[in-house]
Design a protein around this ligand. Structure first.
Ligand SMILES: NC(=O)c1ccc[n+]([C@@H]2O[C@H](COP(=O)([O-])OP(=O)(O)OC[C@H]3O[C@@H](n4cnc5c(N)ncnc54)[C@H](OP(=O)(O)O)[C@@H]3O)[C@@H](O)[C@H]2O)c1
Length: 257
């Protein structure tokens, strides 16, 4: 039984994902709503899951199954609210990504905000090694001048290759281009190296973090790595879902904004 209990701010029952999933999902969507109006420069929300001992991966080297039903529901809610899912190619390959599909639970909400039925996928890559099944004409490939742009443009479709940088994708540029194309509600699904760079670029407005009730030790990555940063965050909400904790944290210091 997955009952969602708001712990902060205040205390209230959010809903019951097992017995009454539809209202529970809509209540979660209200709690995770993007700011309105969404800033013209875009709003970048990262969504990650961590074990209690700080690993971003569980057994098998993937994160997908770590947070159980509550994390899965939140993952779908965050996609239901987003214009674009921005993700590193490492995660796409490790987690076997597909193209995000329209979720009927969000049809009305998306229509009222003028959003496409489903969020677009934007894969960040240097190598251009993006699974062919993702390149359906809607997925963006965000890459550098060093990539094989002719091949990528043929595979991804006209206008779907975003070139932002020479050696590394410059995330400021990438988010600016996506926002300019109407994809302002950005959902960054990792992985740790992309999140680390986005934090260093001052591009992360909020972090949605699930604490999974698991300890794995081993050598798994933290949820972000890369250049050192010094950012603080304050909780917009904390939700208990049985043994899982769901947090929404607003990042306070955004150096480049
Ligand atoms: N706990 C969680 O919430 C969570 C979330 C996501 C992923 N994960 C886990 O994290 C692991 C993957 O970690 P990761 O850090 O390697 O993933 P990642 O950040 O998704 O992928 C790294 C790859 O993304 C591309 N990339 C990243 N930054 C780039 C830049 N600035 N310019 C150009 N390309 C760039 C490169 O792709 P190319 O190699 O194609 O050049 C790079 O090799 C997996 O085990 C996954 O399961 C955990």
């Amino acid at each position: 039984m997955t009952v969602l209990q708001l712990l902060l701010p205040g205390r209230a029952e959010v809903g019951n994902l097992t017995t009454d999933p539809e209202p529970a999902v809509q209540a979660l969507a209200d709690l995770y709503a993007y700011p309105e109006p969404v800033p013209a420069r875009g709003w970048v929300r990262a969504n990650m899951v961590s074990t209690l001992d700080g690993s971003a991966t569980g057994p098998g080297g993937v994160s997908g199954a770590l947070g159980g039903a509550a994390d899965k529901a939140t993952f779908h809610v965050l996609r239901g609210l987003a214009d674009v899912v921005l993700v590193g190619a490492g995660t796409v390959r490790a987690e076997g990504y597909g193209v995000p599909q329209a979720d009927p639970a969000f049809t009305e909400r998306r229509r009222s905000r003028g959003q496409q039925p489903a969020p677009a996928l934007a894969v960040v890559t240097r190598s251009g090694d993006v699974p062919a099944g993702l390149l359906d004409g809607t997925t963006f490939v965000v890459t550098t001048t060093r990539a094989d742009l002719t091949r990528l443009r043929e595979q991804a479709g006209p206008g779907q290759v975003i070139v932002a940088g020479d050696d590394d994708v410059d995330l400021d540029d990438a988010v600016r281009v996506l926002a300019g194309r109407g994809h302002r509600r950005v959902l960054l699904e990792g992985g740790p190296s992309l999140l680390g760079q986005a934090l260093a670029a001052g591009q992360v407005d909020e972090l949605c973090l699930t604490w999974a009730p698991t300890l794995v030790a081993g050598g798994g990555p933290r949820i972000s790595h890369g250049p050192e940063v010094n950012l603080t965050a304050r909780p917009a909400h904390l939700i208990a879902a049985e043994d899982v904790l769901l947090g929404r944290w607003l990042v306070q210091t955004v150096p480049n904004n």
